[in-house]
Design a protein. Sequence first.
Length: 98
Amino acid sequence: MHLHHLINYSKARGNKEVRAILKDNYHEITSWVCANANGDRTADETGAQSWLLEKKVAEFGYSYMRYYLNEYIGQHWKIPRPELTLEALLAAPTDSAD
């Protein structure tokens, strides 16, 4: 099993504040996935990310996760990142087999 970040470090390239959040406050934005899903990047697919995030919403609650992604992390982006809000991430299709 590998600890997988729901917001990849590469999305925070050049942003020390967001990278520090991703590193230090990881419970809300990481999920355990099998080594294969992490190694072959299956866990990074849009549907997989959305499904993993749904599990975090079930664990922490919608309001808290909305605050965490949209406001807590959101305030540190140098440019707006609407694609990384809770609503955008959950709206992603969860079935990539189509």
